[in-house]
Design a binder for this molecule. Sequence first.
Ligand code: DHE
Length: 540
Amino acid sequence: MRRALSLFTVLFLTAAWAGVALAQAPAAPAMSPEEFAQGKRIYFDRCAGCHGVLRKGATGPKLLPGEMRVEGTEKLARTITEGTVKGMPDWGRQGILSPDEVTLMARYVQEEPPVPPELSLKQMKDTWKVFVEPSSRPKKPEHNRDWQNFFSVTLRDAGQVAIIDGTTKEILNTVNTGFAVHISRSSASGRYMYTIGRDGKATLIDLWLKVPDKVAEVQTCSDARSIDTSKYKGPAGNFHDKYAIIGCYWPPHFVILDGDTLEPQKVVSTRSYTYDTNEFHQEPRVATIVASHFKPQWIVTIKETGLVWLVDYSDIKNLKITQIETEAFLHDGGWDLSKRYFIVAANQRNKLVVVDAQKEKLEAIIKVGKIPHPGRGATWVDPQYGPVGATVHLGEGKIAVYGTDPVKNKKHAWQVVREIEVLGGGSLFLKTHPKSQWIWNDHALNADPKVQRSICVTAKKSPDKVAKCWEVSDGGRAVHLEYNKAGDEVWVSVWKRKDQQSEIVIYEDKTLKEKARLRDPRLVTPTGKFNVYNTMKDIY
Ligand code: DHE
């Protein structure tokens, strides 16, 4: 007769098995505390975004110490130097990590990952600084510039953003922010620009000051990618510019802050269960956040659990969150033309998720190409299919165009209606404007240097194939496209290494002719560019 194993026996066997497994894995190579600290910093800067803080994997595979020790330092160093076909950058070959740093990282990932601390509201408040109190800020702009045409430009490796006057093309200020600012978002009024660093430091910039500058800052986490503001006016205009929200990778939570001062008000953990198998997840990171123009509502996407949370900010003491089950690995997204539907990439699932923000439910899931990466996407009216949206892809060279009008174009709604071939994969962003005849796209992460620095345009009138592609510069990566307020210029970053001179190239949209080339020693590694008017109105 089979006898059931006692709990003691099970525990003993499990412990013994774990001990054997551990004993079989080679020991991690020794590291000094200084080397470990350097590895921790480089891991955070370059690796955590894809592999996760706990190294349990996300966009990239898991890097658990036992398995890494089996791989060994030499093989790991080769991968870090050469990258992988699955999309890991060739850090060594690009010269971003020196050979010594590559070896250090190959050793570091064999160590147990350190778990960064959680952050309480009190700890956040301890980092909070107001440089100019709201009562001391100007009541109207202190300059005669068209501030709605300012651009906030990420200077990634300088830990700054540049505020550039889109009309005169002058750099008005370079503002010290968090490390490697990921995005800038405008307040509903447009007067303030909010930035979020990868290190979780948020900065509030007042564009009405004589020289636009930061008026407050706070650190709400140690790893973050998203920030937005309250864009719903409300019956008495009482929500405009009232709140900001920050989405964090680590700790996995979002934080609601006062819009004028960045004083943290409330922290909400995103740790919960995956939408499909209901397994607990320790590190479900906040990916894109967008603000509704029609309701006091933020759309907060939780990457690993595959849940889209609709956060009602009308009463933050009695916060209401609607949790919508969608698909895992949510990443970047934005509104459709009507701003009723929110569309986000589930990038590792090769899908786009569509949420109806009005009815507060999942509307559709669209199968697209390999690793879609829309940024906020591009939206326009197609001659045949009516209102459409589009995404580019990291994994293949195509733009997928899908219908977004379930009322007048029901047959095509949430179906891919066109596939436009571009120069190759590695595309990060595409953009258009209601006044433009073109859809622009980049290929910033393509492996071929010529393609990396090339962009293409497709005509809305004849969208079956790209109309023109060209190299923006003789080096670097051409990345991220943004229109000016009038919708007649397109700005493209030429992102070079920190020790090289990067550029911002400005094209006349109508003729595609180069209009200006901004070269300035202050433009260190420019990437994302955010025009105040277009960001405030969600025009893309
Ligand atoms: Fe981004 C948007 C995450 C790497 C430039 N990026 C986003 C968003 C997320 C995200 C979740 C959506 C924010 C929102 O809308 O609220 N990005 C990540 C990563 O996890 C990843 C893959 C790795 C990492 O370690 O950060 C990553 N991103 C990059 C880059 O390397 C880019 C090209 C250069 C840079 O400056 O870091 C980059 N990401 C951007 C930009 C946007 C963005 C410019 C905003 C696009 C827009 O038009 O709104």
